[in-house]
Design a protein around this ligand. Structure first.
Ligand code: ADP
Ligand code: MG
Ligand code: MG
Length: 926
């Protein structure tokens, strides 16, 4: 028989059975409590029940492994020994907290219970031991309240209700005619405990448990149970945390921040979590316990105040801050408690932060030699760069609003950025309004983990209570939401969905604007302007010297460029788009769609003439009108791209997309063309297709109407000749879409080459050019060796390739694809994240076959996937030469490509600095 696995891990007295690396088993909290114990930090003793207990619990009908009870008793005895107190003892009772802690931190999503072990006997013992009756009864009422909520399920019933225990407290205060919790005496608190217990009995029909061991197992069960609560499930969905991970449970001796004015509790970040600045950043409250700081029920003091109030404690804390950063080599988020002048560490984890902070900290830590540039790149998630590109308020307009008396309030700048939206007062409304397409600012007295979905749906979050480390602030920063917290002058009334502030009354649906960078709350809608990065790169209105955020961004980009092997191109069909992309670092155009150009000025008329023409001659006449217009477009792009390769795709969409479908427009067109309306209508009708996606489009158009390809090729090459003659290098690559058979490509390539040679001869100028194809239908991929004998490059059109490989029309997939993802049939929307197993295999076939006939064939991707980090990683693994994405995703792609190289290339390759993509069998990830 196999030996029982170990389920319980002890920590205390300077030694721990666990360590930081055991996160999967002990959860983040348990692993780091062990690690802090091992590096000599003051951690109250306790033990961790591993995540395996949770998995066992759920796979065995919510029961525990047999050996667990014994292990818990043994560990508890050790804790009692270290702490010199006994659990359930009536004269010297040990109290514990029961804390959840999953592998990935899920702030506030699961439950924690403090002061466990108190009952009507131990409470007396504790009074004698501490000689502090008020403190003891304060702890007792907190315990009954938390246990009642978490384990026994006494919660608000309706979204506009307040907590039932808070209601009892409010009632009591009303009776006494007092306003503050601190005015409650020991006797009042004692009475509250009685009332709480009565409420428990009334609502559940059961007595509040007196036996500490029963309390402990009740709490443990509730914590494991909280793994499956709605908000934890919602959070896991949002952050891709698998259900199978489970949570650990930590049981830890209590230390008390509520023992008087020499006690307190706080949370801190070792650096500023909003901006990344290297300053100690946190908040604390004296004479308070645990949840008080994070729950946002009292607005705490900034940690810098502690330096004045208690320099000794501050000094110790600041020292621990440095120890932790050096040890973990990252910005850490800590919880601490001061009990009568002694400091205890209760938690540490890598701190959540905004994208701004992530980037700044990464860059700074490289400079401080705490981490390498590679590590810096691996820390920044590519999509985080989006936050840096997001708009900020137009300062002039905001100043105008403030001067005009529209400044409503100022709170804490908890989540940077600018947001304007309509007021909503609860999370459900936020979700519902957002679903209707409204922009909303979720405004709450304080947020709680229950609000997570509403917060995600909102543009910004505004709270009346709570500090920089409150739930609202923490979650907003992680989600990249704009957040102003602790705006204490807001007088919010949930029941009427209104609020009063600055002498004004606002109601649900009113517009407000919040500036998460300054904390300002402004009435009405303030317009936004481009971010610092955009002001430098795109608008060129800001000097990089005056743009610190830009400088950090630029540093990350430089490091990314050092490690990536993939080139980054862009999908653009206008000179200005192309210029933006170049500013963002694009190294070429991977897809220039010519059809967009036909909608430009003066072009749609001749285009329609061409489509409606009956004869080749008439079509050629119309095409002749289009030629100079297209040539001009191409010349503009070549000029901007200044010698970088430009892949131009010949016409691709079905022709019916270019003609009018309503009678009125058809009649107008008939008039313009001097033909009858009936004729126009009949021609348009004849273009109707049952399945246009698989119909008369792509190279099929150019094969049936070769004069179109002829015109387009001529326009491309004449533009190239013209630009080249002006001394600007050009590198056109003509791309034939939707090729499934080599003969299709042969047909089109012949036309393209003929035009290229003709133009070079006519204009007496030489320039390099390539002819290649998109690989976007399976037959093209499967016969890539045949096609590769003609094509000088392949570009994977993964939008169509996904449609055709999966046999799913993207335009019709709305109804089933999301449910498919929910049912985990596909892990992600395959149109968003490349389906590596299916579509990826088709791509691999094409890559291998293409290279077998043309080893140096250029390979790229131009589908939407070219800007998505996981798909980019796959392209790297396949050894493509480039990815192409929309201009604003170019920075993301640069970083994603670097990370792909760092994560997938064998370290040996680094010295070789190989220019060529590695041909070795790629290590298949995941
Ligand atoms: P969360 O994961 O939601 O932060 P925690 O388990 O960290 O929940 O606990 C909530 C609060 O209670 C924190 O402020 C924490 O510091 C405090 N706390 C937890 N255990 C103890 C303890 N043993 N002694 C004192 N305070 C504690
Ligand atoms: Mg915590
Ligand atoms: Mg396509």
């Amino acid at each position: 028989m196999a030996k029982n696995p170990k389920y319980v891990y002890f920590f205390g007295g300077g030694k721990a059975e666990g360590k930081a690396a055991m996160k999967n088993l002990l959860g983040g909290k348990g692993a780091n409590l062990a690690e802090m114990t091992n590096i000599g930090l003051p951690v109250p003793s306790g033990f961790t029940m591993s995540t395996e207990v949770c998995t066992y619990y759920y796979s065995h009908g919510e029961t525990y492994p047999k050996s667990l009870k014994k292990e818990v008793e043994t560990a508890l005895a050790k804790v009692e020994k270290v702490m010199g107190a006994r659990f359930g003892d009536s004269s010297n009772p040990l109290l514990v907290s029961v804390r959840s802690g999953a592998r990935a931190s899920m702030p506030g999503m699961m439950d924690t219970i403090l002061n466990l072990g108190l009952n009507n006997k131990t409470v007396e013992g504790l009074v004698k031991k501490t000689n502090n009756e008020r403190f003891v009864y304060d702890s007792y009422r907190r315990f009954v309240q938390m246990y009642g909520d978490v384990v026994l399920g006494l919660k608000p019933v309706h979204k506009d209700d307040i907590d039932p225990f808070e209601a009892i407290i409010e009632q009591k205060k009303k009776e006494l005619g007092i306003h503050l919790d601190t005015q409650l005496t020991a006797g009042d608190l004692k009475d509250l405990v009685v009332r709480f217990k009565t409420a428990v009995k009334e609502r559940t029909g059961k007595d509040f448990p007196e036996n500490p061991m029963d309390q402990l197992w009740g709490a443990v069960g509730a914590v494991f149970g909280s793994w499956m609560n709605d908000r934890a499930i919602a959070y896991r969905k949002l952050y891709d945390i698998p259900e199978s991970w489970g949570t650990a449970v930590n049981v830890q001796s209590m230390v008390f921040g509520n023992m008087g004015e020499d006690s307190g509790t706080g949370v801190a970040f070792t650096r500023d979590a909003a901006t990344g600045e290297n300053v100690f950043y946190g908040e604390y409250l004296m004479n308070a316990q645990g949840e008080d700081v994070v729950a946002g029920t009292r607005t705490p003091l900034p940690i810098s105040k502690l330096a004045e109030q208690d320099p000794k404690m501050y000094g110790q804390l600041d020292k621990i801050r440095k120890v932790l950063e050096k040890h973990y080599r990252d910005m850490m988020d800590v919880e601490f408690t001061i009990q009568q002048g002694t400091l205890y560490m209760l938690q540490c984890r890598v701190g959540k932060r905004t994208a701004f902070a992530e980037i700044r900290i990464a860059v700074d830590m490289v400079k401080e030699k705490l981490i390498s540039d590679r590590e810096a790149l691996l820390r920044v998630q590519p999509d985080q760069l989006n936050q840096l590109l997001r708009p900020i308020f137009d300062l002039k307009e905001k100043d105008g609003a403030v001067k005009g008396g529209r400044l409503l309030a100022k709170g804490l700048n908890a989540g940077p950025g600018a947001a304007a939206g309509r007021l909503v007062f609860n999370a459900l409304d936020a979700e519902a309004w957002a679903k209707r397409g409204e922009k909303v600012i979720l405004t709450r007295i304080e947020t709680s983990p229950e609000d997570i979905k509403g917060m995600n749906a909102a543009e910004g979050i505004l709270t009346a209570r709570g500090g920089m480390t409150s739930h609202a602030a923490l979650v907003a920063r992680q989600m990249g939401r704009v957040c102003v917290a602790g705006c204490s002058t807001l007088d919010i009334d949930y029941s009427t969905h209104t609020m009063k502030v600055a002498g004004k009354a606002l109601k649900e649906g009113d517009w407000i604007s919040i500036d998460g960078t300054t904390g300002e709350v402004i009435e009405g809608k303030v317009n936004t302007k481009p971010s610092e990065v955009l002001q430098v790169l795109i608008d060129k209105t800001l000097d990089p010297k005056d743009a610190p955020v830009y400088q950090e961004f630029d540093q990350i980009m430089k490091w990314a460029d050092k490690y990536r092997r993939l080139k980054i191109r862009t999908n653009a069909d206008q000179p200005d788009q192309s210029a933006n992309a170049v500013a963002f670092g694009a190294e070429g155009i991977g897809l220039c769609r010519t059809e967009h150009m036909f909608f430009g000025e003066g072009k749609i008329g001749p285009m329609r003439e061409m489509i409606l023409a009956d004869t080749v001659d008439a079509r050629k006449k119309a095409l002749a009108k289009l030629l100079p217009l297209q040539r001009k477009d191409f010349a503009g792009i070549f000029e901007v791209m200044n010698g970088r390769p430009v892949t131009i795709r010949t016409i691709d969409p079905p022709l019916h997309e270019f003609v009018p479908h309503e009678e009125k427009a058809q009649r107008e067109l008939a008039g313009q063309m001097g033909i009858s309306y009936e004729k126009v209508k009949q021609r348009v009708d004849s273009l109707h297709e049952f399945n246009p996606m698989l119909g008369f489009r792509g190279c099929r158009l150019g094969i049936i109407y070769p004069e179109i390809t002829e015109m387009q090729s001529r326009a491309i090459f004449e533009a190239a000749a013209e630009v080249k003659k002006r001394g600007i290098p050009v590198e056109p690559e003509v791309m034939i879409p939707l090729v499934g058979h080599v003969k299709e490509l042969q047909h089109q390539a012949q036309i393209v080459r003929r035009e290229a040679e003709a133009v070079m001869k006519e204009q007496d100028v030489k320039f390099p050019y390539l002819v290649g194809t998109m690989i976007e239908i399976p037959r093209g991929a499967i016969t890539a060796d045949e096609i590769g004998s003609v094509a000088e490059f392949f570009s994977f059109g993964t939008n169509d390739l996904t449609q055709t490989t999966l046999g799913v029309s993207r335009d019709d997939a709305g109804r089933f694809l999301l449910p498919y993802v929910e049912k985990e049939i596909y892990p992600k929307d395959p149109f968003e994240v490349l389906d590596r197993v299916g579509v990826g295999s088709v791509m691999r076939i094409a890559v291998e076959k293409g290279r077998s006939v043309r080893p140096a064939i250029k390979l790229g991707i131009c589908g939407e996937h070219g800007g998505e980090p996981s798909s980019i990683e796959f392209c790297h693994i396949l050894g493509l030469n480039y990815v192409s994405c929309s201009p604003f995703r170019v920075p993301i792609a640069r970083l994603a490509a670097a990370r792909a190289a760092l994560l997938n290339d064998a370290p040996a390759a680094k010295s070789a600095k190989a220019k060529k993509p590695a041909r070795r069998k790629p290590a298949r990830k995941r």
